[in-house]
Design a protein around this ligand. Structure first.
Ligand SMILES: [Zn+2]
Length: 319
């Protein structure tokens, strides 16, 4: 049911030209900006009392993060569309920035991360939000064949509510790939720092990113594997292609973020994560703070996401 690969033996799926084009865009990812963006989001969340709502016993914070992310995107000259999907007791604001494709605008590459947090949420998920901002900066003034749509989801932490409503509303979109990030900035070089989810084998040093794909995104997963190995500082990557079911413990852990809502529609989706509670002791606590992150690692993940989004958004139509 599951197959694992290390990044080294990934087949050469991108041509040299495609690879160098993607890496050139990825080279714009900047460690200082990522660091500052995480700090800015965390500062906003820290000043937000949030809401403690049953059955959870922790402050869930959304609105200061929404305002801060919107302001950061507006400062770049970008228009943010707030998709209001409120109802059933939840006010839901998904934030969308779109870079229309020049030749195949109906074909969409979605790059996503949730902006809501428990407590201050540095790794979970200001790290992912910071990469969204770097992707937005990298795409300004450039053209891709397909549309790149950046979506920051509301209310992931309380049951994937924002993404569930987004994908339900957009069920007829021609989405070629979803790249979802949830907690992508924590790494450790210490032996024993990594624990594997049930039913899984992982190295015991938590210095790699995990990439999970559904079967219809297996090729795109290999493309990201190729890119990870080609970065200026290659990013260690553990990949897995899993089935769409939630039934076994191993695949259940594959579904713990917003990409799951795309997978259930059969939409190709990749999930990048540092594995959160299987590595990071600060997961969902008050100590998930900016100083616990590894910004070199976050930079590598950012480069991978920007390169991957570019490669898929600008590839020739092979089908
Ligand atoms: Zn999260």
């Amino acid at each position: 049911m599951l197959s694992l690969w290390a990044c080294a033996p990934a087949p050469e799926l991108l041509t040299d030209g495609q690879l160098s084009a993607a890496l050139a865009v990825a080279a714009e990812v900047d460690t200082t900006r990522l660091t500052n963006d995480v700090a800015r989001m965390v500062e906003a969340h820290a000043a937000d009392p949030g809401e403690v709502r049953a059955p959870w016993d922790r402050p869930h914070k959304r609105r200061a993060g929404e305002a801060t992310l919107t302001a950061a995107l507006n400062e770049l000259g970008l228009t943010v569309t707030v998709e209001d999907d409120s109802g059933d007791g939840w006010e839901i604001h998904n934030l969308i920035v779109e870079f229309p494709g020049v030749s195949r605008p109906d074909e969409v590459v979605l790059v996503t991360a949730h902006y809501d947090v428990w407590y201050q949420g540095a790794d979970d998920n200001s790290s992912g939000v910071a990469v969204l901002l770097e992707l937005a900066r990298a795409l300004i003034g450039k053209e891709t064949a397909r549309t790149v749509r950046i979506v920051a989801f509301d209310a992931e932490e309380v049951g994937l509510i924002g993404s569930a409503r987004y994908f339900r509303r957009h069920i007829n979109d021609d989405v070629r790939l979803v790249i979802n990030m949830d907690s992508v900035g924590f790494a450790s070089t210490e032996a024993g720092s990594q624990v594997a989810p049930p039913g899984f084998t992982l190295p015991d040093v938590g210095d790699f990113i995990v990439l999970m794909a559904n079967d219809v995104a297996a090729r795109e997963a290999l493309v990201l594997g190729q890119l990870a190995g080609a970065l200026p500082e290659p990013l260690a990557l553990q990949g897995a292609v899993g089935s769409d079911d939630h039934r076994s413990p191993g695949t259940g852990d594959f579904h713990r973020s917003d990409h799951s809502q795309a997978w259930t529609q059969g939409t190709p989706g990749l999930f990048l994560t540092d594995t959160t509670n299987f590595r990071n002791e600060h997961y969902h606590t008050e100590t998930d703070l900016p100083e616990t992150l590894d910004y070199g690692f976050l930079t590598q993940v950012g480069q991978l996401v920007v390169a991957g989004a570019w490669a898929i958004a600008d590839e020739e139509d092979a089908e």
